[in-house]
Design a protein around this ligand. Structure first.
Ligand code: NAD
Ligand code: ZN
Length: 345
């Protein structure tokens, strides 16, 4: 193996990413080296591409971006047990410490010292990725590389959707981005009654209806209350999954929930946004913030569901060889794509 590789690098503090040569990472005794096969482009990568305020304050330059990947183990560190060369895998991109109270309690996803690959540490948009063996998630044969490459955002959807019991419940999802759409598929899979998904972008609502058995509502043109009445729901939605980061969407969700309803918040508002707290208090609504995925319970559940009929493949709308990465980013920047997958083989 030559000791140089191709990598998509945030090389300069300005808009764009650059395909460069970089050294193949050296692994430590508890790491593995993964040959990357497919990667997914995330909204986070778009922030880094655009070099917005968040990116400029968070990401050191130069940085290999990317955290959504599938590949194959090509080298294992001296102290790594239970993983072998040739193992197909994806992996958790949040690198956690083992000494915090949360980690020692087994709640790895709540470790306050979490660092993200492709954000704080060299990432997966490269021919090779170094990853702690702890973070590796082996892939069963039933999960191919392109699905393996979107397990990170599917994990966000699963973690959010499984925050509350959805069996027999009426669920409102605000935001038909890739994660909202996949959450719709998960909600149906686990037995929700009605799943309504809202957006203001008709392309995305059309995609949602192709991927999952959900009721799409364009809240830019249509009245959500009409859908509620058409579905013969008596009081409103039992559970809300907020996946837009838009303040009006959250307001509408609070308005459309039953007394005692529950909200899982994944969407990230661009800054501080005003919230009508008294409405939330008087409706006795429970709100849960959701970050990342549960390490590794979310991974276990999503792989089990994928092996048992959960199908999100149609959320992938664009596939490009990695040398055409600019087209992939253009598709994402259009705001109407589903998942975009880059092929590194
Ligand atoms: P996305 O930006 O692709 O999708 C958001 C969608 O919300 C867009 O289609 C947009 O048109 C829609 N929207 C805008 N205004 C709306 C309104 N008033 N009502 C309904 N929909 C509206 O995002 P994504 O990649 O699917 O991710 C979803 C959200 O989750 C984003 O806010 C993202 O930043 C956040 N996120 C959070 C975590 C976490 O760990 N908490 C992880 C990944 C993503
Ligand atoms: Zn992601």
């Amino acid at each position: 193996m030559s000791n140089q590789m191709k990598a998509l690098v945030k090389a300069k503090p300005e808009t764009g990413l650059w395909m460069e040569r970089a050294p193949v990472p050296e692994i430590g005794p508890e790491d593995v080296l993964i040959r990357i096969k497919k990667t997914g482009i995330c909204g986070t990568d778009i922030h880094i591409w655009n070099w917005d305020d968040w990116a400029a304050h968070t990401v050191p330059v130069p940085m290999i971006t990317g955290h959504e990947f599938a590949g194959e183990i090509v080298e294992v560190g001296r102290d790594v047990k239970d993983l072998e060369i040739g193992q197909r895998c994806s992996g958790e991109g949040h690198l956690i410490g083992k000494t915090s109270r949360q980690s020692r309690a087994g709640k790895f996803h709540l470790d306050p010292g979490t660092r993200g690959i492709g954000v704080n540490e060299q990432g997966a948009f490269a021919q090779f990725l170094r990853l702690p063996a702890f973070n590796v998630v082996p892939l069963p044969d039933a999960i191919d590389d392109e699905i393996g490459a979107i397990l990170d955002p599917l994990g966000n959807a699963v973690h959010t959707a499984l925050s509350f019991d959805l069996i027999g419940e009426d669920v409102l999802i605000t935001g038909a981005g890739p994660i909202g759409i996949m959450a719709g598929a998960v909600a149906r899979h686990v037995g929700a009654r009605h799943v309504v998904i809202t957006d203001v972008n008709q392309d995305r609502l059309d995609l949602a209806a192709q991927v999952a058995d959900v009721v799409p509502v364009n809240v830019g043109t249509d009245d959500l209350a009409e859908t509620v009445s058409n579905l013969k729901m008596k009081q409103g939605f039992d559970v809300g999954l907020e996946m837009s980061g838009n303040q009006r969407a959250l307001d509408q969700m609070v308005e459309s929930l039953v007394m005692g309803g529950r909200i899982a918040l994944l969407g990230i508002p661009p800054g501080k946004s005003p919230v009508d707290w008294s409405r939330i208090v008087f409706k006795a609504i429970t709100i849960k913030g959701v970050y990342g995925r549960e390490i590794f319970e979310t991974w276990y559940k999503m792989i089990a569901m994928l092996e048992n009929g959960l199908d999100v493949r149609r959320v992938i709308t664009h596939r490009f060889p990695v040398d055409e990465f600019a087209s992939g980013f253009a598709a994402m920047l259009s705001g109407s794509s589903g998942k975009v997958v880059l092929d590194w083989t």
